[in-house]
Design a protein around this ligand. Structure first.
Ligand code: AR6
Length: 184
């Protein structure tokens, strides 16, 4: 069912899980599961670039020209263009290679880089997709545990630095995987 929602409080921040389309979220920043070249690509990235329009794609291309490919686990920020969100934080999650190649560490680093960038910019509300669990093949149950543990740890270390961290899960199966990880 669409419209499912789960909410808990962590160190003064709302941690919210919803099922939906992240391009519709009215938050300070949405996170993009990008590729290292910051090109639109498919999946959530293609949707964010389409909805955000040329300002998102051109700003991302400029960062790519200046800095080279974005290393896995790092994050950069562009304006949100035509999105309801004011900013897009682009991060690169790990490609799944079976789990013994540092995938969990890199996935945690991606979430942490986005949260740190949001706090450094004074942003208060951030929405994440399920990074790496589409094209990059990370099993969603395992990714959900890493994602939620990383966010909880970060919020514990930065109490009150954010008003809300929201996960916007595209499918009901993904929503249920995250809800299970959040309540377990
Ligand atoms: N809102 C929320 N989540 C979405 C949306 C949306 N509008 N559309 C898709 N998802 P993926 P990755 C979910 O493949 O695995 C791109 O081509 C999707 O169902 O977007 O990190 C990039 O350019 C899945 O659960 O990201 C990279 O090359 C989740 O978003 C590569 O894919 C992530 O799936 C990155 O792969």
């Amino acid at each position: 069912m669409a419209g499912e929602r789960f909410e808990v409080e962590v160190s003064g921040t709302r941690l919210v899980l919803v099922q939906g389309d992240i391009t519709r979220e009215e938050v300070d920043a949405i996170v993009n599961a990008a590729n290292p070249d910051l090109t639109p690509g498919g999946g959530v990235s293609g949707a964010i670039h389409r909805a955000g329009g040329p300002l998102v794609t051109e700003s991302a291309a400029e960062i790519r020209r200046e800095r080279g490919p974005l290393p896995t686990g790092d994050a950069v920020i562009t304006p949100g263009g035509e999105l309801p969100a004011r900013w897009v934080i682009h991060t690169v999650g790990p490609v799944w290679h079976g789990g013994a190649h540092g995938e969990a560490t890199l996935l945690a680093r991606a979430y942490r880089s986005c949260l740190a960038l949001a706090v450094a910019r004074g942003l208060r509300t951030v929405a994440f997709p399920s990074i790496s669990t589409g094209v990059y093949g990370y099993p969603v149950e395992q990714a959900a545990r890493v994602a939620l543990r990383t966010v909880r740890d970060f919020l514990g270390e930065h109490p009150g630095a954010l008003d809300e961290v929201r996960f916007v899960l595209f499918s009901q199966a993904d929503f249920l995987a995250y809800r299970t990880a959040a309540s377990g």
